[in-house]
Design a binder for this molecule. Structure first.
Ligand SMILES: Nc1nc2c(ncn2[C@@H]2O[C@H](COP(=O)(O)OP(=O)(O)O)[C@@H](O)[C@H]2O)c(=O)[nH]1
Ligand SMILES: [Mg+2]
Length: 309
């Protein structure tokens, strides 16, 4: 299955899924006037789009419908698809990934899928012929490095680790040295997800950041925040903490296969102002896909029964 099919499968899995509801709603546009907009806002909130974003998107549609005198459900739907696409693409930051090597720092709370995502990314870069190195900077539990090692083996790439409880920045230092010595193209660092103390989190990430900047000054840098789609608005709240602690370049939204409410993608883009770069749609090594806003919006409105209501 491709990105679109997998996404569609998850968004339409339940009868109450976001996709089916939205499509049905647009079919009733002309008959219901203002009530349509209220229902739209409600449906978006229920689909995890978030109150603010849902309100703004609905207001935008109201304006466009009025300005362009739209009457046909298909026109209104197309206008709304464009509004959602704009939200998803407006934060596509200027990429500056020209340096070498590429160093990807992967952050996020426990259990969201960081280690799994790193394994998937490693496999993708490796398949592109890049020399990949993984760094187990989640030193909080020995099991974390063990789990990353399993993924390193699956992806067929090497791993740098130290003993449990060692300083994460020191593992990153080792990994940077190894990256230089071995001519690595992509270094991906796993980090601990505990969030008990924001000051700790910030100082730990800052320290790791300084080590990378000093050891690999020519590196292109990427900091990916991993968010579990099934945690909805809670996940978004946690994400804001990480957004304050590190300069994010992108979001990976995992477990999209586990929710019928795809709206969280829109909430993230609109709230965090960073692009969603990848989505996880399963636990297997090839279950990570680059995020495509147009495909996503199309999947959100495709109820799997063609254009029927
Ligand atoms: N269904 C599904 N499960 C996922 C996905 N990504 C990760 N997981 C699962 O989520 C759990 C936690 O993943 P892990 O990588 O250990 O999270 P970490 O604590 O952030 O490193 C594991 O059971 C993974 O198999 C995904 O895209 N879909
Ligand atoms: Mg982990």
């Amino acid at each position: 299955m491709g990105f679109f099919e997998k996404l569609k499968a998850s968004l339409t899995r339940t009868r109450g899924g976001a996709a089916g509801k939205l499509t049905g709603l647009f079919g009733r546009f002309s008959k219901e006037g203002e009530q349509f907009f209220e229902e739209l806002e409600e449906t978006l909130i229920m689909a995890d789009v978030g109150v603010n974003t849902a309100m703004c998107a609905t207001d935008d549609l109201r304006d466009v419908v009025k300005r362009d005198k739209l009457r046909e459900p298909a026109e209104v739907k197309a206008a709304f698809e464009k509004i959602l696409c704009d939200i998803l693409t407006k934060n596509a930051a200027e990429e500056n990934l020209s340096g070498h090597p590429l160093v990807i720092l992967v952050i996020g709370v426990n259990g969201v899928g960081k280690t799994t995502t790193i394994g998937k990314l490693a496999a993708q870069y490796s398949a592109q012929g890049k020399r990949v190195l993984l760094c187990a900077a989640d030193t909080f539990r020995a099991a974390a490095a063990d789990q990353l090692e399993i993924w390193a083996n699956r992806a067929g790439v090497p791993l740098i680790r130290q003993s449990e409880g060692s300083d994460p920045a020191s593992v990153v230092f080792d990994a940077c040295s190894a990256a230089k010595a071995r001519g690595v193209d992509v270094l991906i660092c796993d980090t601990a997800g505990r969030l008990h103390n924001k000051v700790n989190l910030m100082s730990e990430l800052a320290k790791i950041d300084r080590v990378i900047a000093r050891e690999l000054p020519q590196a292109a840098r990427e900091t990916l925040l991993v968010i579990d789609a099934t945690t909805g608005q809670n996940g978004l709240e946690q994400a804001k903490q990480f957004d304050n602690a590190a300069k994010l370049t992108g979001v990976v939204l995992t477990k999209l296969d586990g929710t019928a409410k795809g709206g969280i993608v829109i909430a993230i883009s609109d709230t965090l102002k960073v692009p969603v770069k990848y989505v996880g749609v399963g636990e297997k090594i090839d279950d990570l896909m680059p995020f495509d806003p147009n495909d996503f919006v199309r999947a959100l409105f495709d109820n799997g029964e063609g254009q029927s209501e």
